[in-house]
Design a protein. Sequence first.
Length: 170
Amino acid sequence: MTQATLIWCHGSLSQPWGDKSKALSEIAANAGLTLDAPDFQSMENPDDRVEFLVESLQDAPGPVILTGSSMGGYVAAAAAKQLDVAGLFLLAPAFYLPGYAIHVFSNLPETISVVHGWQDDVVDVDGSIRFSKQHRADLHILPDGHRLSESIPTIGTLFSHFLEKFTGQE
C-alpha cells in the first residue's frame, strides 16, 4: 500500500490523543502509516460526529482505515455507510444504544476487528458480540473494563496484525 488514510475516533468523554491512540499511532508509524485523530470534543451527539467525519474524508487519499473507541467505534462503523472504508478496528464500540441513529450497519468492509472487555460496565459486551456475529468480524474479548487500559499491549499486537492486511508486512 502506498498511501492510506488512517483515522482514530475518540470516545465521548475522551480526547484525541490518549493512551490508546498514542500506542496505536506508534504501531501505525512502525507499519509506515500515520494515524490522524480529529477532535470531536465539541460534539456531544454521535451522529454529528459521523457527519463531521464523513465530510472531512470525502477526498481522502488512498484507502480509508477507521479505528475508534466507544462512541468513536460507533462513529467509525456508522461513517462506513457513506464512505468507502477498507477496514475497521473498533475498541468497546458503543453499538445499539438509545439515542444513536444507526442500529443496522451497512457498506462495511470485509476487514473488521472488534476488541471489548468482559468487565465493561459502560457499553455491554453483548453489542460487540451481536455486531461481530452479524458482520463476521474478528472478535477479541479481554479480561478488562471499558477503557481497556490493562490491555493496551494486547490491543497493540492485535492492531499490528490488523494493519498487516493493508501494508503487506505479514
